[in-house]
Design a protein around this ligand. Structure first.
Ligand SMILES: [Zn+2]
Length: 76
């Protein structure tokens, strides 16, 4: 994990994080869970705050980042 903010070369604090979905919001997306309701999918329980590099990585290579691992990160 990188920090959720970073400091630019000119000294400004820049947001370095985004809210990601544990189970994809679209059918067929990363870790898609057909059993989940639309409300659950949009709810806090399905969201995780990640640094930007990890937010991309977990969706680009979801085979390495199962939902249970993301939930462990969230608990931590
Ligand atoms: Zn990270």
């Amino acid at each position: 994990m990188q920090s959720l903010y970073r400091v630019s070369e000119t000294g400004e604090r820049i947001l370095n994080s985004e809210v990601a979905h544990i189970h994809a919001r679209r059918e067929g997306g990363p870790r898609w869970n057909a059993a989940m309701s639309r409300e659950e999918n949009r709810g806090f329980g399905n969201l995780i705050l990640l640094c930007k590099p990890h937010a991309s990585e977990v969706d680009d290579t979801p085979q390495h980042f199962p939902a249970e691992l993301l939930r462990e990160w969230k608990r931590a």
